[in-house]
Each structure stands twice: as structure tokens, then as C-alpha cells.
Ligand binder design. Structure first.
Ligand SMILES: [Zn+2]
Length: 256
């Protein structure tokens, strides 16, 4: 099984999961590069998976459906015209042609109905849209800070070796913020050099892994001394629990 990132727009990745014959696409914001890739690799599209309603994740649906008559899985709590299979927490998707089973997780916050797709065979993988990024997290557009915090906590309970397939190449700018919040973190400095090297060669920094994120991502480390200290200093008030630290960090990042 291959999982290939098709770059789209300024910094999106459209993920194509495929074997030699069949493919499933995640969050096709635009159709033509997907159609090009499928043609080049001689792949048959079997399904479309959508994490949330934003146009840069759904804009290619209509065009793809003109060429391929396939099911479209997406969040049941959002209105997305093309969705044929509305999904929510605990639902399972059996993608027989590519031998992949995925489980749906509700992860609201960025949008009200945002979902993730988690698979555990042959490896642990999660497609988490705009919720957990490498070294950062999505903006809170529709949900509350508590929802976003709990969604990130839910993702952080997946196995450590889970590969995180998020939808944007935001890693370097996320690291710039993380370095200010967590200046002594050696793992973060290492990640910065690695990410810079990859981006110089135009190679994606994604997927990342959960175990790496737990050592570098300030939004997953709201119970750590260093993060609490920086967030309190910036907010100029005591932050009594991880949720209040998370909320302050997210606001800080919004204006960074
Ligand atoms: Zn979005």
C-alpha cells in the first residue's frame, strides 16, 4: 500500500492511498491533479474520504464524480453535497480493493463536524485533516477550545507509531512558534533542521508520527512545565489546567 501526497494550492496535500490497481483519495480540494495522478499510475478510484467541509478539502468532489462513480464518505454533522455515506464516531469503512479498514473518530474544533480516519493494518495511520499538524494544530473556526483540546487528546491516545497524515505543509511555520514557546527543547531544534533540509529539497515533512509530536508539539504538551511557564508568562495570568494552557497557546498562535 502506498500513500502519496499530491500537492495542491499553496500548501495542501491531497492523499492518495493505493496499490497497483486501485486508489482512495482523501480531501480532494481540486480534481485535476488527482485525475492526472490516477491516469499516470493507471489507477481506478474506489472512494473519496472527506474530513471536513472546507472548500480546499472538498472542491474537487463534483469533477471527480463526473469521471468516477464512487462512494463519498464524510462527516454526518456537516452539509457536504457530494457525501453519500455520512460518518461519525465508531463507524467503520471497509475498503476491500485496497485491503484497508478505517475507523472514524469525531474530532470537532476546527469545524463542528470534523472527523478523522484511523487504520491499524498494515501500519497505524490517521488522516486527521486540519486538526493535528506537525508541531501545531488547526485554527478553531467553529468549535470551542475545549472541543479542540479534547479532539487532540483523543488523537494523542492512538499508538505512538501512528503516522499522522494531515492536510497542510505548515511544519516550518509551526516550528517557529514552538521554538518561542519551548526554547530549550532539543528535539524541536533537531526537527527544525530536518524539516528545513526536507523543504529545501521540496520533500514533504508529512507524515509525522504521534511519538515525535508528543515530544515537540506544544499543543500536545499543555501539561509540561516549560509550556505552562511560557503560556502563563505570555498571558500574564496563572493558567490552572492544561485546557487553559491550550486555550492561551491557541490565542497566542492566532496572533503570532
Ligand atoms: Zn479546514
Amino acid at each position: 500500500m502506498h500513500i502519496y501526497p499530491i500537492p495542491a494550492f499553496k500548501d495542501n496535500y491531497i492523499w492518495v492511498i493505493h496499490n497497483e490497481h486501485d486508489a482512495v483519495v482523501v480531501d480532494p480540494g481540486i480534481a485535476f491533479p488527482v485525475i492526472e495522478y490516477l491516469r499516470l499510475k493507471k489507477l481506478q478510484l474506489n472512494a473519496i474520504l472527506i474530513t471536513h467541509h472546507h472548500h480546499d478539502h472538498t472542491g474537487g468532489n463534483a469533477e471527480l464524480l463526473k469521471s468516477f462513480n464512487v462512494p463519498v464518505y464524510g462527516p454526518c454533522n456537516e452539509s457536504i453535497a457530494a457525501v453519500t455515506h455520512p460518518m461519525s464516531e465508531g463507524d467503520e469503512i471497509i475498503l476491500q480493493k485496497i485491503s484497508l479498514n478505517l475507523k472514524v473518530l469525531d474530532i470537532p474544533g476546527h469545524t463542528q463536524g470534523h472527523i478523522a480516519y484511523y487504520g491499524s493494518k498494515p501500519t497505524n495511520i490517521v488522516f486527521c485533516g486540519d486538526t493535528l499538524f506537525s508541531c501545531g494544530c488547526g485554527r478553531i473556526f467553529e468549535g470551542s477550545p475545549r472541543q479542540m483540546y479534547e479532539s487532540l487528546q483523543k488523537l494523542s491516545h492512538l499508538p505512538g507509531d501512528t503516522l499522522i497524515y494531515c492536510t497542510h505543509e505548515y511544519t516550518l511555520s509551526n516550528i517557529r512558534f514552538a521554538r518561542v514557546v519551548d526554547p530549550q527543547n532539543l528535539r524541536l531544534m533537531e526537527l527544525e533542521s530536518t524539516a528545513q533540509e526536507l523543504r529545501h529539497q521540496n520533500i514533504p515533512t508529512i507524515p509525522t508520527t504521534l511519538s515525535v509530536e508528543k515530544t515537540v508539539n506544544p499543543f500536545l504538551r499543555c501539561d509540561q512545565h516549560e509550556i505552562i511557564y511560557s503560556a502563563q508568562r505570555h498571558a500574564a495570568k496563572p493558567l490552572p489546567n492544561p485546557l487553559s494552557v491550550f486555550t492561551a497557546l491557541r490565542e497566542w498562535k492566532n496572533n503570532f
